[in-house]
Structure formats: structure tokens, C-alpha cells
Design a protein around this ligand. Structure first.
Ligand code: ZN
Length: 283
């Protein structure tokens, strides 16, 4: 049996065991480890220079490394403060632009907070601002998806339904599905193979071809009633479990990227990749 399926695995940031400290070092290090993806970290600001981005793009192309990024954490598109809105706009624009210049295709974004807003009000405001950013990127021919990520806390705007709706209504938005956040925010249960099958069925129903180029984040998570507390390494509490996900991926024609944001990032990315190859060989 042969089903076309390519899943790329990689860490969120420069591998822990990498001796160098630059993003370029990280890209090379991932390739040496046999990984095929890496998420560039802009979480504390976009400080990369254009010349660095050009070098990264060249190396990533030669090494067949698929790049994405994570936009700054300080974004709140639902804010009513002018300065926060202006800064959020700039953080997203800068992250998308630098990702594109470095040869990447998507930047993961935590869209914001409900604060005193109703869910519908927050949605309308976030949507309008995403549209403005998408318009500017289009005008400047910056080809980078806005990766609206399903968030992990109940106080945050960006539940699974909300990011899928945004993706349906705005061309340039492609959701980033963080499995640990789905569990921590209780947006979607992930325990069994059947749960993962249902998740992919939902994604395919809502977004069609997305399951052929999905962008996921995967690690385990520690959480309370309010949602996510912190990320955990694979095998700590099995919430969510990775093996049933890998089985569903190995047995279906889904393709995409899985970024590991665990405290053991590249080690856990390799763990998932090994399991994927092992199951694919058996088919
Ligand atoms: Zn994130």
C-alpha cells in the first residue's frame, strides 16, 4: 500500500543541542539531525535583518528545509488601545515580511484577548484588523500566510471555531492547529485515534485541501480549568498523546508540518518523526 504522505517535523527555534546561536545555525543543525522543518522565533520581537533572512533562505532552499515563524507574543488585535493596535499590526506585518524574506510560508499568531468584549464583538474586531493586514501584505506582494493559532487559554480570543471561521473568511489566513491548546482550552478532546480522525475530518470539511498542507504544533501540556499553564515534553502526562496522531497520519494521505514546542523540542520532533517512519515502513 502506498499513500502519498509527507509530514515534516521540526523544533520551535534553534535546536537545544545546536552549538551556534543564530537562526542560520539552527537551520543547518536541523538538517544535520535529519529534520525537515524549523520555526523561527520572533516571539520577543522581530530582530532579524534582511541580509540574514536572505542567507537563511538560501540555506533552507539548499537543505530542503521548510520554514515558518512564530510572531511576537505581545499581539492583541482585539484591544481598544490605539497604541496596542498599532503595535500589533506592526508585529504581525514585520513577522510576515521577515518570514517571507527568509523563505518561510507562515507565521503563527496568537490573535488576542476577549477582555470585556463578547465573543462575537471580539471576532468582528479581530477579523477587520486581520483583513487590513492581509490587504497590506497583498499590496506589497508578501507571500506569507497569517497563521491564526488556536490558543490555549479561555481568556484568549482564538478558539478552534474562531480560527477556522477566520480561515474561511480571509484568504491569507491559514490556521495553525496547536493540539495541546485544543486539550488545554477544552476545544476538542484528543485521546484516541478516533479523536484525531474526527479532527482531520472536521478540518477537511471546513477547509478542504488544508489537510494536504496543514500546519500543526504538538507537545504535551499542563493545564487547569482556565486553560494552558505550560508545555511539557512527550511522555510526561500523555495529554495529548502523540502516538495515535502519528498513526492517523501514517495511514492517511495527509501532508503537512508539525512543529514541536516542548521543552525537549528537537528531541521530541525526532521522536515523532521516528514513529512516523516506523509506521510508514510497515504499510
Ligand atoms: Zn503559539
Amino acid at each position: 500500500m502506498s499513500i502519498e504522505s509527507l509530514i515534516r517535523f521540526g523544533p520551535a527555534g534553534i535546536p537545544i543541542q545546536c552549538k551556534g546561536t543564530s537562526t542560520l545555525d539552527g537551520v543547518r543543525c536541523c538538517a544535520e539531525l535529519g529534520l525537515q522543518a524549523m520555526e523561527m522565533q520572533f516571539v520577543r520581537g522581530v530582530r532579524m535583518k534582511e541580509e540574514q533572512a536572505a542567507e537563511i533562505k538560501k540555506a533552507a532552499t539548499e537543505l530542503d528545509m521548510s520554514l515558518s515563524s512564530h510572531a511576537p507574543y505581545f499581539i492583541n488585535l482585539c484591544s481598544n488601545k490605539e497604541e496596542t493596535i498599532k503595535n500589533s499590526f506592526k508585529y504581525i506585518y514585520d513577522a510576515a515580511r521577515m518570514t517571507y524574506l527568509a523563505g518561510g510560508s507562515i507565521t503563527a499568531i496568537h490573535p488576542g484577548y476577549y477582555q470585556e468584549l463578547s465573543k462575537e464583538e471580539a471576532y468582528k474586531i479581530a477579523k477587520k484588523r486581520f483583513e487590513e493586514i492581509a490587504e497590506k501584505l497583498k499590496q506589497e506582494k508578501i507571500k506569507c500566510f497569517l497563521g491564526a493559532e488556536n490558543v490555549g487559554k479561555k481568556s484568549q480570543f482564538g478558539g478552534l471555531e474562531e480560527v477556522l471561521r477566520l480561515a474561511n473568511e480571509i484568504d491569507l489566513i491559514k490556521p495553525v492547529i496547536d493540539c495541546s491548546h485544543l486539550v488545554a482550552r477544552q476545544d476538542f478532546p484528543l485521546k484516541t485515534e478516533l479523536d484525531y480522525q474526527k479532527l482531520f475530518a472536521l478540518l477537511e470539511k471546513q477547509l478542504g485541501d488544508y489537510v494536504r498542507h496543514f500546519h500543526f504544533q504538538f507537545q504535551e501540556v499542563n493545564y487547569t480549568d482556565k486553560g494552558e499553564r505550560n508545555h511539557l515534553a512527550l511522555g510526561t502526562n500523555n495529554e495529548p498523546p502523540y502516538k495515535p496522531l502519528i498513526k492517523v497520519l501514517a495511514e492517511n494521505g495527509y501532508s503537512g508540518t508539525i512543529i514541536c514546542e516542548s521543552p525537549k523540542q528537537e528531541f521530541d520532533a525526532l521522536k515523532m518523526q521516528e514513529e512516523f517512519y516506523r509506521l510508514r515502513k510497515k504499510l
